[in-house]
Ligand binder design. Structure first.
Ligand code: ZN
Length: 374
């Protein structure tokens, strides 16, 4: 057996760093400022892990990592960072609105921000008393990256910086602003900057498209013993979806003009004899729900008519996720609805068992593979 202390691994290294922290803690009432920072760091940690693994809290920064196979491609990694930042921004707004306290700490809440630095490289995982620590030059480098000139050089205040090694794992057309830093023995480090505030504004402006339980002509609910961040990947990543979706023979994702999955992107799905279908994404909120237009393509018999489809992921107290698949037909005519009734009955009675068994198996197999790799 290989000693896990000496076998180098490859993967994603990520630091999430609360900015404005030092000024915040030194200039204000300690009791409130510490409570605020504690709550924010807990939120960051919860948003990133899993699928990332928490290493440690380093003052105002959360350090975590993921093995090379934690994400099918770097896009899920970007979504994880976005989702963490959006959650942080929402919580900050709630705190700001919710406080009636006039102390300096509570007044300074809006001055806090969040930035991320991400690198892809190799490292050694040292296990000690159940906790892990990482070592290696790439680990040192990702920490150096925290000191950079991105914001002072005119860049955004809230950002994710991806080194070139990490950028190579991201979608090809994903646009980032080029940035270079020089660090003593590491020399020049090139990468790209992603403006998280711009992404937040875009997400808030996007129209909500959502099929709720009351609007659905068909609803299938299943429960999974894995967190939403992981289950989500099995619905949006072609190779993961193919491993469990019955009758699915091929999936091809077509990213939007920003090079991303999301609003404007589409998936082409082949279902063998059941015909092909096109999913055009109308709303994309990792890891809560996505909504798409579902269009059956003219080959083979059609089972599902033109419709709007929402897949919703709801985290459960036990750490699992409930997944709801809902369909609303485009044609609201009596004829179309009554014809669909047969399909509805069939799918609602058959799919939950089929899906739950197949998806659980894929998740379990991958979970075992993940823990063996450690
Ligand atoms: Zn206060």
């Amino acid at each position: 057996m290989t000693n896990p202390d000496t076998a180098p691994q490859e993967g994603y290294l990520l630091l999430a760093d609360i900015s404005g922290y030092t000024e915040f803690l030194t200039g204000t009432e300690l009791e409130h400022s510490h409570a605020i920072i504690r709550e924010l760091t807990r939120l960051i940690r919860e948003r990133l892990t899993p699928p990332m693994r928490f290493v440690k809290l380093e003052g105002d920064a959360v350090f975590c990592y993921a093995g090379s196979d934690a994400f099918r491609d770097g896009e899920r990694f970007v979504e994880l960072i976005e989702s963490c930042y959006f959650g942080f921004a929402d919580r900050l707004l709630d705190m700001e609105r919710g406080t009636t306290c006039s102390c300096d700490a509570c007044a300074a809440i809006p001055s806090l921000g969040l930035k991320f630095v991400a690198h892809y490289g190799s490292f050694i995982v040292e296990c000690d008393d159940g906790s892990e620590d990482l070592a290696g030059p790439d680990v040192i480098l990702v920490h150096r990256l925290l000191k950079n000139r991105i914001t002072e050089g005119g860049g955004p205040a809230a950002y994710a910086f991806f080194t070139e090694a990490c950028r190579q794992r991201l979608p090809e057309d994903f646009e980032l602003a080029d940035h270079r830093e020089t660090y003593g023995s590491f020399g020049e480090v090139a990468g790209g900057v992603y403006d998280l505030n711009a992404a937040l504004q875009q997400m808030r402006e996007n129209r909500r498209e959502y099929v709720g339980p009351a609007d659905a002509d068909l609803e299938v609910n299943i429960r999974m013993q894995f967190p939403a961040e992981i289950v989500w990947q099995y619905f949006v990543d072609p190779d993961k979806r193919l491993r469990w979706q019955p009758f699915q023979t091929g999936v091809e994702n077509r990213p939007n003009t920003g090079g991303r999955m999301g609003v404007g992107a589409a998936s082409h799905c082949a279902h063998g004899d059941a015909g092909d279908a096109l999913r055009e994404y109308l709303d994309w909120r990792p890891f809560t729900y996505f909504t798409n237009r579902f269009t059956p393509l003219p080959n083979g018999p059609e089972i599902m008519p033109l419709s709007t489809e929402t897949v919703e992921f709801t985290s459960q107290e036990d750490g699992g996720t409930s997944v709801s698949w809902r369909i609303r037909l485009e044609d609201r005519g009596e004829k179309a609805l009554s014809r669909f009734e047969v399909v509805r009955q069939q799918l609602e009675s058959n799919l939950p068992t089929l899906w739950e068994a197949a998806l659980s198996k894929a998740l379990d197999d991958d979970g075992r593979r993940r823990s063996r790799a450690r």
